[in-house]
Design a binder for this molecule. Sequence first.
Ligand SMILES: [Zn+2]
Length: 114
Amino acid sequence: MQDFLGYVKKGDFRIYVCASCKKKIWPPFKYCPKCLSEARLLKIDGNGVLLEFTFSHLKNIVGVFGIVEIRGIRLVGSIFGGPLRQGMRVKMIKCGINSNGSPFYHFEKTNNKT
Ligand SMILES: [Zn+2]
């Protein structure tokens, strides 16, 4: 988890992938829950799908936030661009650690139709 956050802090989003069975492990954990092998942090592209979104009433999240699925993993982040709709393509444009130590993710609408 610390390794994962170390990358996020640098704006580098990586996820643990099992070195043996290639399972993607989310939330971040260093060992595969399926085969107990050690996992490695691999960079994945930030393209995902917006599953749901809403307007934030929380102080530390600006504007719209939503649930984005990237290759089977789900993240909550701020969504930029518009108009927004469920099922549209988004891309991670930024990640980092906020002042209270939690990771944050920013996504933007993409025009990629694939
Ligand atoms: Zn495994």
